[in-house]
Design a binder for this molecule. Sequence first.
Ligand code: CAA
Length: 240
Amino acid sequence: MTRVALVTGGVSGIGAAICHRLKSGGYTVIANYFGNDDTAKAFSEETGIPVRAWNVADFAACQSETAAIEAEFGPIDLLVNNAGITRDSTLHKMTEEQWKSVIEVDLGGCFNMCRAVIEGMRERRFGRIVNISSVNGQSGQFGQTNYSAAKAGVIGFTKALALEGASRNITVNAVAPGYTETAMVEAVPQKVLDTIVAGVPVGRLATPDEIARGVMFLLEDDAGFITGATLPINGGKYLA
Ligand code: CAA
């Protein structure tokens, strides 16, 4: 039986590229999404990958939807926590809603989803979890106290869960992408983005597939000795 992989935020951008790689690798892939029904429908029709809609910030929904996926497709052995949002603002203008929504989706979603699959992985003594952090969680970024805090939190979370999973053959790693050709980055004002790209030694944005390549490396069965790591894929923008 092929292993089952769940990718949150999996119907576009980096998540979609991860789904493509997993499918080509022979895994059974399910993509979670929230909100963008048309994109999800088109993605599913094009790839044949089933899609399921729920908000990863909703603990109960993560529990019930994960259980439903496992009943239909089998136990989830691979989880990629990719779903994330930005609500950029300097702190002196940031609302409580901008702060909370980013923490709840980007960091809370990681807890909610890992909590939903971890007991099964422990029982089966196998698991591969990759959490998508960000270069901005490592370096900090002007206008992103919320996002930088959440993405730095993802790295700490990853290290702690890696220690808990190690004896059960559950690896937990983070990937920290740099600026990538996605809708999230397209939303950055062009003038600001030009300055950012000028500071990337490789001199361009990443493609989503360049990030997916690193994620896939950490998800494979024979990656069992890599755990608690953070893999930067940022074109040299920040050398941790
Ligand atoms: N460093 C230092 N100063 C900066 C700066 C920076 N990076 N960016 C802007 N400033 C300065 C500006 O020059 C300006 O200075 P003056 O007042 O002296 O003119 C001042 O800060 C205000 O800047 P803005 O006019 O841009 O302020 P704003 O309130 O209109 O917008 C902002 C603030 C929304 C944060 C906007 O700057 C912005 O969108 N920045 C981009 C943030 C970013 O990189 N987001 C990444 C999203 S993609 C992502 O997160 C994916 C990933 O993982 C990499």
